[in-house]
Design a protein around this ligand. Structure first.
Ligand SMILES: CC(C)(COP(=O)(O)OP(=O)(O)OC[C@H]1O[C@@H](n2cnc3c(N)ncnc32)[C@H](O)[C@@H]1OP(=O)(O)O)[C@@H](O)C(=O)NCCC(=O)NCCS
Length: 163
């Protein structure tokens, strides 16, 4: 497995393997049920805007397009506050518990530090123990979700890297 930024060619393998994910992991990632990834969603995911988005994958060590993609982590700056960014992550159940979630979250955090993002946040289902445990080990704190039942907002405050 290699960890690298997503490439446009990853769209086809990601679309093709989406049906291998189970309903629960998809719901935990997107906070609702999703049967497939639409074309526009895939295009956005695989063509991140360099200034405001970052997407990293764990994939087979094969050329993008041929490689199976086992995990995807994405962040996007908030439109009204570019110093804040929301994350989302999905590690396929075939490879959970191997440290990939931690590794990908650390890559997102590194990008934040290098790109003046001082707050990384995400909304997580309150029964999502794996994500809440992982986040707590990384230093995330629980904050308010503005009244969304069943959801916990987790936030990591970061100091930017000085060059
Ligand atoms: C949450 C998720 C990203 C974890 O990925 P992962 O690759 O299994 O995580 P890691 O192997 O890096 O585990 C890191 C830490 O997470 C915690 N963790 C992982 N799985 C856990 C579980 N089943 N129960 C409790 N803690 C767990 C542990 O603290 C673990 O550290 P440790 O093993 O050293 O104690 C993965 O389960 C997933 O994609 N779930 C579905 C989508 C989702 O929930 N996304 C989050 C909201 S966007």
């Amino acid at each position: 497995m290699v960890v690298r930024p997503i490439q446009p060619e990853d769209a086809a393998p990601i679309a093709a393997s989406f049906h291998l994910l189970n309903e629960d992991e998809v719901r935990r990632r997107f906070l609702h049920i999703l049967k497939s990834l639409g074309e526009e969603h895939l295009r956005q995911l695989t063509h991140p805007s360099a200034a405001s988005e970052f997407v990293v994958v764990a994939a087979e060590p094969l050329p993008p397009g041929e490689a199976l993609v086992a995990a995807v982590a994405r962040l996007a700056r908030d439109t009204n506050d570019p110093a804040r960014a929301e994350f989302g992550i999905l590690v396929s159940h075939f490879v959970i518990g191997l440290g990939l979630g931690r590794l990908l979250m650390l890559r997102l955090i590194e990008w934040c530090r290098e790109n003046a993002v001082t707050e990384l946040w995400g909304d997580v289902m309150d029964d999502n123990t794996p994500m809440l445990e992982l986040a707590s080990h990384l230093g995330f704190q629980r904050t308010s979700t503005h009244g969304s039942p069943g959801l916990v907002r987790i936030t990591l405050q970061l100091a930017p890297t000085r060059h």
